[in-house]
Design a protein around this ligand. Sequence first.
Ligand SMILES: [Zn+2]
Ligand SMILES: [Zn+2]
Length: 123
Amino acid sequence: MQCPKCSNEMKENEHKGIKYDQCKNCGGLWFDALEAEDLVEIKGSADIDTGDAKEGAKLNKKRDINCPVCNIRMSKVHDLQQPHIQLETCAVCKGTFFDAGEFKDFVEEDFMDRIKDRFAKNR
Ligand SMILES: [Zn+2]
Ligand SMILES: [Zn+2]
């Protein structure tokens, strides 16, 4: 598969049974439908985001990309809780692209939110 941002080759990888693709060049991560949400449930999944966050921030500005699976223009979305996390998602295959550093941000914030929820419930 080709990276939708920098056109380099993406390598298939796996973390605790969940497959994902990572770009060898920019470190961007590709997940098929719902894989990203599944990964958030798994401890230590932020570690798969090994790319350079600075490089990711640069590529985050490039948003008119095509889905590497369906080859159609992807939709630009952002995380509701964290508007600085801007993702591209495919309306057809539901695949999602995270620039380097974004997935880590996404996972960690989610984890903190859950801790806060837990405290709120205990009170
Ligand atoms: Zn790339
Ligand atoms: Zn697609």
